[in-house]
Design a protein around this ligand. Structure first.
Ligand code: ZN
Length: 91
């Protein structure tokens, strides 16, 4: 069983599909049971997507812009989650 620390270290490789089959399954197993790491990997995925989008030129990475975009995305995800729990559909 992998520790949360190991999963955090491997997360980037995992998203790159750079972990072998066995390791990938070990990580998946951990993610199934660990909400913290699930959240971590999800946010890492968003961060990477945003960074890839912004960091076209390595020398002009605007961390602040990345961060605000990231927060925007997380906020949007949260709102999405809330929508799913909207009790209005009931009756
Ligand atoms: Zn964990």
């Amino acid at each position: 069983m992998l520790s949360c620390k190991q999963v955090a270290t491997l997360a980037s490789q995992y998203l790159d599909k750079d972990t072998g089959t066995l390791l990938t399954w070990k990580i998946r197993l951990h993610l199934m049971m660990c909400a913290n790491c699930r959240r971590f990997v999800r946010h890492l995925k968003i961060t990477r997507a945003v960074t890839k989008h912004i960091a076209i030129n390595d020398n002009t990475v605007d961390t602040e812009a990345i961060w605000s975009r990231l927060q925007e995305k997380i906020q949007r995800e949260k709102n999405k989650d809330n929508h799913n729990h909207n009790p209005e559909n009931g009756r």
